[in-house]
Write a protein that binds this ligand. Sequence first.
Ligand SMILES: Nc1ncnc2c1ncn2[C@@H]1O[C@H](COP(=O)(O)OP(=O)(O)OP(=O)(O)O)[C@@H](O)[C@H]1O
Length: 819
Amino acid sequence: MDALKSLIQPLVGGAGGSSVVDGMKLVVLGGTVETARRVSSSACQWRASARTGAKWGCAVDLRTCVCAGIGGIPIDIAHARAVANCTFDSELHAPWGNRQRRMVLAPREFRSHPPNFLPSFFLTAHFSEEDTPYDWLMLWLSRRPEWQRSREFETTTRTSGPGGDEKSEWDIEEEEEDRGWGDDDGEGRPKTRVVFQPTFDTTHTIYYRGHWLRVRRGRNQDGYEVLSISVVARSNTILKQLVLQAKKEYEAEAIHRIQIYFADAHGSWRWTDSRHKRPMASIVLNPGVKEMLLDDTRDFLKSEKWYADRGIPFRRGYLLHGVPGSGKSSLIHALAGQLQLDIYVVSLSASWISDSTLTTLMGRVPARCVVLLEDLDAAFTRSVTRDDNQEDGDEKKKEGEGDNNNHNNNSSGGMGRRRRRDQLSDVNTLSLSGLLNALDGVAAAEGRLLFATTNHLERLDPALSRPGRMDVWVEFRNASKWQAEALFRNFFPSEEDEEELAAVNLKVEVESSNPSPTSTRGGRAFAPTPPPPATQPSTSLWSLSSSITSSASSLLSSAPATPSTAPTSFLPTPVPSSASVPFPSSSKSSSTSSNANSAQQGLVLDKEQFGASNTAYLPPPPEDNVLKNRHSAAPLDKKTLAVLAKRFADGVPEEEFSVAALQGYLLKYKAQPDAAAKGIEEWVIKEREMRERLKREKEAREVREKAMREKRRKEALAKAQEKKALEKKEEELEKVKQRLAEKEKEEELEKMRLQLKEKEREAEEKKKAQAASGEAPAAEETKDETAVLETKDDGDDSDEENVAPQSADSETSSAWGEV
Ligand SMILES: Nc1ncnc2c1ncn2[C@@H]1O[C@H](COP(=O)(O)OP(=O)(O)OP(=O)(O)O)[C@@H](O)[C@H]1O
């Protein structure tokens, strides 16, 4: 307060302390009253303020023109008006009613034309949605009661922040009013959660650690959302504290979730989704693979100095390749969760991907994260380095395999694919060298774990997958018998597993009923001491849907105690083997570490890593209605489970079906382990029959298509030949016509020559006759005629010269003969 006084005094120019307070009062009013009219939350603040001795009130007694200022110090309104050159109106009535004839001070001039000095007291921080702090702040704000009580709001089904599906207090209130909103209506029908959020361009006032914050949502010139938070303070410490607290709360919430970011066409990362972490135990891979990867990634993340000391770029690449539906993406998801890293996904087949966009994107990933390049082989389907046939072939293969992993093309229909192909050929300009540069060029970020997946290792350029770019290769195959058994055990928990889970849940309950003072859950530890809110902020950060919970409980169950078969041939083999791949010291990750305890390990790891003492970091027990609605089977005793799992595994042929296919089968029997185990042989037979049928149909289709193609090719060939022959004939006809015309001309010339000769002969005879009779003039006449004929003859001669070579041509004469 003293600091503010000392700041304001020189500006207001008052000599006494009261004028300083006047100025201060106006400053505070400028920051709060203007918003009170529009935001009910402010009104609530005022009411609360009045109750607490008008500490923060700003009501004006009209009779005395004195308003109750900060700390109850009266303000001379005339002086205040002079100072700030503002007028007052009575639009705003004191929310606490007729306690006095009071009205809220609303300096008009402040609202429309704030005095120039005023902004200098506000410290404003701007947060763009392009940057992570925006998400921190949005989550923090979403928990503020003032924010939730905004009277101007918009609805959305998309939530921000790591707890994307958490219920805020706001949601709960609304759901109670309208039972039609929520996750599940009790009959299994999904419902859409509608979340309310304040509208744009509305200023909200929020009390935080003794300061009033003015919060405004807007958009910047690029169309991105921007959050502006202003506060009257001497230094920006309060804003820093706010950002730090928001970050802490966000991270505490994110502890059980991972954030997924997708690349956008502008070269920016956009937060797209927040997912529950997938337990490592839920990934069923042959022994040692998960442990190896986990050790390697952890080792890498700890060895920044080691890399720096040796001048090696601090980057590591993992190439997961193999059949579809074998768990590549799932493993990356689980790893990211275990390592507490967010995932940044780039779909290299996106239409807008170009060398420069990719370089920008790679330069913008945070220091510690997982970068996921999906379907690496699809990156260059339109590359100039491959011929068109190859492209077509690749595309067709992809279509045949029902590849629907392209995030730009989630509609799995043919239209979507066609459109994608069009887009690819039109826009995507990513080149191999561009990709290589983006991965390890100078602009590429360090510290990230690069994961790339592909179903077609053979299509990758060796430069792309060489060590240094892809240091660790892991092959994924169809499910082994051991995997099938593990999958079954994950699906159907044993009684022991359930007990373990119950013990964990009990512990969580006990801990959450005695929250530690540092707990961030519900934001209590960081909660300022604002005017008492009408309702408590949300504490239900972990409201899980029934399906999530039921599957989570089954996923947390243990894997088989001993691999029934764990032949080395099932072990994924890093393709460039030991040669240049600096595999981590795998002593820790040797296959001796049994998968039997991996579920518990997962839990223990979580607890160790995230601080078991902090209840905010542990999920709450499942909700009652979720437990009632559970669709999974009742827990089996260990022996029965072992027998059923074995029976199931025996029925699954080795490496014939993908884990995804087996999972699909088990999902149909998620409450009937018995039926699942018994029905597997029949399923395998049906599946084989179906595959056989599909194969036959495919082959028949291919044969038909081939025949059609052949027919079309032959037709096209015949047409082309016909056309060629026709053209040739037309050409010959033209030539013949030409020769005919020449011939006619020649004949005409010949005729004229003959006529001339005839005339000459006649003239000669006439001349002779005249000479004999002695008549001179007739001879003259004849001479003239001869001259005319000679002239004409000259012209004809030139024509004759022109046609002469052709008439001499033997071809011509033969052609003439033909005609
Ligand atoms: N090894 C596995 N362990 C557990 N679940 C698996 C495994 N493999 C596949 N699944 C399940 O199958 C589904 C598909 O798996 P996922 O997407 O990870 O396969 P993928 O290998 O990435 O497939 P694609 O190559 O087609 O992208 C998921 O629901 C996942 O739970």
